[in-house]
Structures are given as structure tokens and as C-alpha cells.
Ligand binder design. Structure first.
Ligand code: RNT
Ligand code: ZN
Length: 418
């Protein structure tokens, strides 16, 4: 039996519940996932005076073949994207600037340093998103940036963020799709602070200065990302969830939730509906924390499905900007991208194939027995057959066949990178 035959049988089962599978395909194709470039080179970037990775995040593993140049990184991204169904976006960091061998300070970065990325994005039909890089730098060596007590250091990072928003604006203009520019800072303290308010006040003031520069939201949309702790900021992080949730709400910015940045039993899936009632939009960094904010490759687990369900059943695909954030150097990096991104898309499809309206009605009517029964039964509906055929239709390898492409690429390309 062909994939299509399996699909036809599976489709009938979903149709019995009034689910239009063809419509799901149409809808799913249009959902862009922002694929983070930094999985391809272990958050290294291409600065001439490149420093070690800092900011309390870490990449472990030494799998051979990481991208060493922008050309290699783009080529690797192309390979991964060719194995992922749909048209997506690529998320860049300021350290991926191309400065022609010149040292350019981050506060001096300009759109021209990203021309090649834009040219490439145009060729590939991709949107671009952006992030200022407030780590891996001598001015961030003590773990403080926008909240630094030294006004000169603060100014440097404020100017970097302003420069980054202008780069975002350039992406949006050139590519005809607004760029999401996300600010994440590592600032915090290893040990118990004696004053939490002063650094938070400074962060608020720094952000106010950054956003005082008006940029048309048709080109650039700003987001702020919170965190709970990092390596070296175990006791206190200035930009906490409550801080940014309040800041975003009051200043009309997007609050970005990274799934690894909460307490171990706290879930992002449970926050989405609450935030949608008060925010027009929100953004995600879908990641996978294993015991801590470890940034493992996203798997098709319960929380991923629950996040997708919250987006789909609340009809919020246009309101939730989905981005990925993981970095694993212990496995083939193209495979990491492919697995994580396909899983995100798979979860959205899984959510779209649920009888969501019916399940909502059951809850409203107090029929919790049937709600539980159906939620459980749908877990073993022939979802795989629908997914496989979707891949085939979208001209990407179905099932585990993509692995062959990755293996070939590893042999031909990655293994030559010494
Ligand atoms: C760090 C944040 C941040 C980074 C990237 C590289 O904890 O999640 O988003 O992972 O900017
Ligand atoms: Zn993140």
C-alpha cells in the first residue's frame, strides 16, 4: 500500500468527526516557523574578534561538521529547510553579521552587514527575524548589560539594541514581511541580591530608551524575552517573567516565552490563553528543558502538543509567532534542525486534526468523562499516515527517509570540515 492509500484510510477516520483533512493541509502550509540559525554553529557567530560563548547559556557536544562560515551556515540551513515541509523564516543574531574582515563594534552594526543574508533570504523565499547579541563579549563579561551600573556600558548595549531594530526594519522592508526583533539579556546575579529594584529600574529605563526610536511595525516588531535563571545567574535574573509581561503589556511590545525559562512544572501551554486575552500577539521560543534550561532538540512530547493545541483551538495562529531555540552539538546539526522543526509542524497538524469544537462543547456541558475519553482515543488515531502523506505532497521526504539525505550530506559536505 502506498502512503496515499494509508492516507485515504486515515482521512476517513478523521472525517467521521467532521475534520476536513485537505483544509488542514492548506492551513498548515501557511504557518511559518522561525528557524534559529544558531543551531548550525553552536551559537558561535562570525565576528572577527569572536569571544567564547557566555551569558549563562552553554552548548555541549563536539559532533563534527559545524558551519564555520556564513556560506556554510546558509548551505546547511538550505539542506535542513529542504527536509521540512512548508515555507519558513530564519532567525538571526547580531553575531552573524558579515563585516568583510573588519572589526565592527556591535553598536555600529548596520543593515549593510546583513546584505548577504537578505539576498539569500530573497532567493529562498524566506522571512528573517533578528536578535541583538548581548553576550559573548567583553562588555558583557561580568554578566551585566542593559542593567550595568556603569552608564557607558549600558549605553553601548542600548545603542546595539537600537542598531538591531534598524536591521530588523531593513529585513522587513526588503523581504515584505515584518521582522521580529527579540531582546534577551543575561543580566542577573549568582548569589542573593541585596537590591532587586535598582537593576530592574535600570532595565526599564534602558528599554524605554531603546524603544523611544520609532520604527514602523509594518517592518519591525519588538519582543522581549524573560528568563528564570542561567549559569552564573542562579539566584536572580533581572528580566524575569513578571517584569517583561508587565513591560510588554504596558508598552505594546510582544512578550516572548521561551519554554525552557520557567519552573520545572510550570508550562507555557497554560499561559497562552491567559495572555491572548490581554495581548494582541505573543512570541515563543520553543525549546526543551531537560531538568534545567538545557535547550535540547524539540521532541513530539506532551507539552509540545499542548502548546500547539492552545494555538490552534484558540484560533491564534496569526497571534502567536512561533520560533525555535535549541542548540545541540552532540548530534548532526542538520538533523537537529530537521527533527525539531518537523516536530513543531507535526504538533500543529496533530492539534488541527482534533475535534476541537466538539471537545469544547463537552467541557461546557460538563461531560468530563467523554472529554477525557476522546482526548485519549485521539492520541492513537492514524495521525502518522496523514503526516507522511503531507510530507510527500509537500515534496519533502516522508517518515525517516530524510535521514538518508542528512547522511549523504554528512559524508559529502560535513565530513570535509576539519
Ligand atoms: C537564552 C535565551 C536566548 C538564546 C538565544 C541564543 O536563555 O533563550 O533566546 O537562547 O538568543
Ligand atoms: Zn530563547
Amino acid at each position: 500500500m502506498s502512503l496515499k492509500d494509508h492516507f485515504e484510510l486515515a482521512k476517513k477516520e478523521y472525517e467521521q468527526w467532521g475534520i476536513n483533512v485537505e483544509e488542514v493541509f492548506e492551513k498548515l502550509q501557511l504557518v511559518p516557523i522561525s528557524v534559529h540559525c544558531w543551531q548550525g554553529d553552536d551559537v558561535g557567530g562570525f565576528e572577527i574578534n569572536k569571544g567564547d560563548l557566555s551569558g549563562g547559556i552553554d552548548v555541549t557536544g563536539n559532533y563534527p561538521g559545524k558551519a564555520r562560515t556564513p556560506e556554510e551556515l546558509r548551505m546547511d540551513l538550505e539542506k535542513a529547510l529542504s527536509l521540512i515541509p512548508g515555507k519558513h523564516r530564519v532567525n538571526l543574531h547580531a553575531i552573524y553579521a558579515e563585516t568583510n574582515g573588519e572589526v565592527i563594534e556591535r553598536d555600529q552594526l548596520e543593515p549593510k552587514h546583513f546584505e548577504k543574508w537578505v539576498e539569500w533570504a530573497k532567493e529562498q523565499g524566506l522571512g528573517l527575524d533578528f536578535n541583538p547579541t548581548l553576550f559573548s563579549h567583553e562588555k558583557a563579561a561580568d554578566g551585566l548589560t542593559l542593567t550595568h551600573p556603569d552608564p557607558e556600558i549600558r549605553k553601548y548595549w542600548i545603542d546595539h539594541c537600537i542598531a538591531s531594530r534598524k536591521i530588523g526594519e531593513y529585513f522587513g522592508k526588503e523581504l515584505g514581511s515584518p521582522c521580529l526583533t527579540n531582546i534577551w539579556i543575561p543580566d542577573g546575579y549568582k548569589d542573593t541580591p541585596s537590591d532587586r529594584l535598582t537593576p530592574r529600574r535600570r532595565l526599564k529605563e534602558s528599554l524605554d530608551e531603546i524603544f523611544a526610536v520609532e520604527i514602523d511595525e509594518a517592518y519591525n516588531v519588538d519582543a522581549v524575552e524573560s528568563k528564570l535563571f542561567g549559569i552564573g545567574s542562579e539566584s536572580f535574573v533581572v528580566g524575569s517573567h513578571e517584569f517583561y509581561l508587565s513591560y510588554a503589556l504596558k508598552n505594546n511590545k510582544l512578550c516572548l516565552l521561551d519554554t525552557g525559562h520557567y519552573h520545572p512544572t510550570e508550562t507555557v501551554s497554560n499561559k497562552i490563553s491567559a495572555m491572548l486575552l490581554f495581548n494582541e500577539k505573543l512570541a515563543l521560543h520553543v525549546s526543551r528543558p531537560v531538568r534545567w534550561d538545557s535547550d535540547h532538540v524539540v521532541t513530539f512530547d506532551d507539552e509540545l502538543k499542548e502548546i500547539a493545541l492552545e494555538i490552534v483551538r484558540n484560533d491564534a495562529l496569526d497571534q502567536v509567532m512561533i520560533g525555535l531555540d535549541f542548540f545541540d552539538a552532540s548530534i548532526n546539526r542538520i538533523a537537529a534542525w530537521t527533527i525539531g522543526t518537523r516536530n513543531m509542524i507535526k504538533a500543529l497538524m496533530y492539534a488541527m486534526l482534533m475535534p476541537n469544537e466538539h471537545l469544547k462543547a463537552l467541557q461546557e456541558n460538563g461531560d468530563y468523562t467523554k472529554r477525557l475519553a476522546l482526548l485519549e482515543e485521539f492520541k492513537t488515531y492514524p495521525f502518522g499516515a496523514i503526516w507522511n502523506y503531507y510530507c510527500e505532497k509537500m515534496n519533502v521526504p516522508a517518515k525517516e527517509l530524510w535521514l538518508q539525505d542528512v547522511n549523504e550530506y554528512e559524508e559529502k559536505v560535513l565530513s570535509n570540515r576539519k
